[in-house]
Design a protein around this ligand. Sequence first.
Ligand code: FAD
Length: 387
Amino acid sequence: MSNPSCDIAIIGGGPVGASLALALRDSGLKVYVLEARPANVASHDARALAVSYGSRLLLERIGVWDALHSISPIRTIHISQRHSLGRALLRAAELHVPELGYVLPYPALQDALDSSLQQCGITTIYSANVNRLQHEAEGATIEYQQAGVGCTLTTRLAVVADGGKLLAQDYPPEIRDYGQSALITHITCSAPQADQAYERFTAQGPVALLPFQDGYELVWTAPHALAQDMLAWDETTFLGELQRHFGDRVGEFLSVSQRTCFPLGLKRAPQHSPMPHTVLLGNAAQTMHPVAGQGFNMGLRDAWELAQEILGVTPQELGTPTMLAAYRSQRRTDREGGIHFTDGLVRLFSNDLPLVSAGRAVALSALDCLPFAKRFVAKRMMFGANG
Ligand SMILES: Cc1cc2nc3c(=O)[nH]c(=O)nc-3n(C[C@H](O)[C@H](O)[C@H](O)COP(=O)(O)OP(=O)(O)OC[C@H]3O[C@@H](n4cnc5c(N)ncnc54)[C@H](O)[C@@H]3O)c2cc1C
């Protein structure tokens, strides 16, 4: 019996892979999604994502936005640095958008995407663990395990959206280890500010408070060993240390929920597609520090622009060098801009050198006072470099 085949096989039905599949739902192409998670099992990923206003517009276009529940808006972002004057406020009203972004739990996004895949009848194979990808003259062959059984699928274009593991050994990404982990949790406090997010730079790494329901989703960056200690602190110690570290802008910290840690770093896959008929998307293409909340937002733009490229060629042209080069060229400015912006922020702000700190204070005040600078930064954060 011959192997099943399709036009496009998406390896990884996470937030980015599933978004690509949905962007292609009316294309008439045979699209398969291979996802390692079992079907109908809720994700337990503890991350909350800050999703930009630009991403909302894309999620509306792919028909997912209305299915999202548990969303909190961000209308103001307060940016400051510890032990220093100078702060900047980005306000939605000044930038003529209703909101700058939204906070939503990763599992809520995943649930909405899974339901939309089902409703649109997109072939999604769950519990499919892809372990091999090989290229052929006219396409690619994918091998995966499902319930202990080895299966094969051939495709004209293989989209690797698995978060970055499948090809990492054979085509190693460029890696920058920041020596930092992010501790994430939900906290409550005595004076939450409605719809206001905080980004506070400190020498040990940034701290972000993202408004969500009765409090904030906290992303507290610290060197790996300290972050592990912070996981074990009792509640009183944790809240006291957070107060000392963040200050009293949102009053007194009152409670903290379960804590989780993620090691952080920059991973950038090789510039060119490592294999013919293959493209890398989302975290598989670039994994970034969450300081600027760019990872999913950038991955969604990857997915949207790849879908436009796919819709612009004939099925015979899928995955050809010309098509892949056009996609890479379309994404280059946004991708490189996002990586450099994020990497630059982490490196510029993660130190206590007096002169650098004074320079940062001036830069933050300038950002606050200069409308064009504010618009530039906010536009980049909301819509990327291709805006
Ligand atoms: C602490 C933290 C905070 C963050 N905050 C933000 C934020 O505020 N805003 C933002 O935009 N981004 C944020 N990010 C980044 C964001 O989480 C990622 O960019 C986003 O999850 C990438 O989605 P993805 O679909 O590319 O990859 P993933 O989310 O990693 O999904 C990959 C999918 O592929 C599946 N898979 C893996 N291997 C296989 C295989 N072999 N076969 C089949 N399926 C497979 C997995 O089960 C999963 O469903 C944050 C990240 C961290 C760590």
